[in-house]
Ligand binder design. Structure first.
Ligand code: RTP
Ligand code: MG
Length: 140
């Protein structure tokens, strides 16, 4: 089994609501390592790269607007099968439907906005993780 890296973001809603510490605590409690961490307000160019796969979808523009609305906490998480493991910790995309016990299920809900404000992002494959780590932590 090889150690993986995943790119995790605490999105602007999570940072604004003071949930960064809780998210990091859940990652550490699961046994994963925090390999790199920074807090920044992402510009549009970085978000266009990050969300390239969603360009043209109805939620794309509201998503970029939401994601640039304030600071995010970007983290490189490390551990065996941590890509799948963090996706399980996060819960399904829709925070209203996400299972209790997950980050989105315990801490998220609908707020009547045009985009799902679901607290966290986590890479969905080793290829995505490598690409996304390059976007948020160039040179790492
Ligand atoms: P993420 O990429 O953030 O980890 O989330 P995900 O894989 O569960 O969801 P994805 O399909 O990749 O969508 C990216 C993010 O776009 C927002 N979204 N809003 N219909 C909507 O309102 C809608 N659909 C997607 C969410 O913030 C989602 O996490
Ligand atoms: Mg995704």
């Amino acid at each position: 089994m090889t150690t993986e890296r995943s790119l995790v973001l605490v999105k602007p809603d999570g940072v604004r609501r003071g949930l960064t510490g809780q998210v990091l605590a859940r990652i550490e409690a699961k046994g994963y390592t925090l390999a790199a961490l920074q807090i920044l307000t992402p510009d549009r160019a970085r978000l266009e790269q990050h969300y390239a796969e969603h360009e043209g979808k109805p939620f794309y523009e509201p998503l970029l607007e939401f994601m640039s609305s304030g600071p995010v906490c970007a983290v490189v998480v490390e551990g065996e099968r941590c890509i799948e493991g963090f996706r399980a910790l996060a819960g399904t995309t829709d925070p209203t439907a996400a299972a209790p016990g997950s980050i989105r299920g315990d801490l998220g809900r609908d707020w009547g906005s045009k985009v799902q404000q679901n607290i966290v992002h986590g890479s969905d494959s080793p290829e995505s993780a490598a690409r996304e780590i390059g976007i948020w932590f160039p040179g790492l």
